[in-house]
Write a protein that binds this ligand. Structure first.
Ligand SMILES: [Fe+2]
Ligand SMILES: [Fe+2]
Length: 304
């Protein structure tokens, strides 16, 4: 077992307090950057660095520093007003939280939400706009950020309190965290899943629920939404086929179903316009899968 963990090239400029090491040809780990030094961003991009490592014992400190830096970057992007960059900054934060080796990264999520609320709480239009911008981020990150943006839009439009908004946004950011434990191919494929693959996929609500319980002190509703977002009120959902599911889970479940219809372009499914996507969800409301009042409230915040 190695005592070292590697650092992504794209993140080396974000660390100050932890020392970096590189590995010599003989396999020896040699100090590359001492405590307190920073590798500037332009140097990080232009210079070709060897694969860099941190000591395993520094992992917690490194993660804390990384998530703080990612949130600071989000503040900077918001101040500069580039929506595409803001979405990318958010995707980077979600990427860390969905990293199976960095479960503690979830803890920085409330701070991320505070930053968003402070910036956009007064400006209902911006979050809606944000949810319409596509980035090149891998599917799960983008999906999570889109769902969160739609949830925020819903809360702003219906004048939810700041505390309730923050709570629901946190539920949205972490609803699919269990997918980080699944094989990436299951998530990124543009083909329809086989029965076996789908069965594996359906384990992510329980995995996510357990990760949130084990790794955070968040309100129980966050773990509940992770567990229930694929349940349907007619009992046709998974993992338990439960009919009694929380209102938060119902709302995020509905938005979670709506989002891929609009934004994702799988080979077997073309992205649809919001109105057409809403029609599909309406069909599911009529089948009894979603509560009509939640659907109406969601539709009203999109078609304004
Ligand atoms: Fe899910
Ligand atoms: Fe989802």
């Amino acid at each position: 077992m190695t005592d070292h963990l590697n650092i992504k090239a794209s993140q080396i400029h974000l660390f100050k307090t932890v020392p970096f090491y590189y590995q010599s040809r003989e396999g020896e780990f040699i100090l590359y950057k001492k405590i307190g030094d920073i590798i500037k961003k332009d140097r990080a991009v232009k210079t070709k660095h060897p694969q860099l490592f941190i000591l395993k014992k520094d992992k917690e400190d490194a993660l804390k520093e990384l998530t703080t830096a990612l949130n600071a970057n989000l503040v900077k992007e918001i101040a500069e007003g580039g929506l595409k960059q803001i979405k990318q900054a958010l995707c980077n934060i979600v990427h860390e939280a969905l990293d199976p080796n960095q479960e503690k990264a979830m803890e920085s999520m409330p701070e991320t939400i505070d930053i968003l609320l402070e910036a956009y709480g007064q400006d209902q239009g911006t979050m809606g706009y944000l949810s319409k911008i596509t980035t090149n981020s891998p599917m799960m990150e983008e999906h999570t950020v889109n769902v969160t943006a739609l949830v925020l839009q819903y809360c702003f439009f219906h004048n939810f309190s700041e505390a309730d908004t923050a709570q629901l946004a946190l539920c949205a950011l972490l609803h699919d965290v269990g997918t980080s434990k699944l094989d990436k191919i299951l998530l990124e494929t543009d083909k329809r899943l086989t029965d076996m693959e789908f069965k594996k996929f359906t384990t992510h609500p329980k995995l996510g629920h357990d990760m949130i319980i084990l790794n955070t002190d968040f309100d129980i509703s966050v773990a509940t939404v992770a567990l229930e977002h694929h349940e349907r009120i007619d009992g046709s959902g998974y993992p338990h086929g439960s009919k009694t599911i929380s209102r938060d889970s119902q709302l995020i479940g509905l938005i979670d179903s709506y989002e891929p219809l609009t934004y994702r372009n799988k080979k077997f499914r073309k992205a649809k316009k919001p109105f057409n996507s809403l029609q599909i969800i309406k069909g599911e409301v009529l089948e009894g899968k979603f509560a009509p009042d939640i659907f109406k409230k969601f539709a009203s915040c999109l078609i304004k």
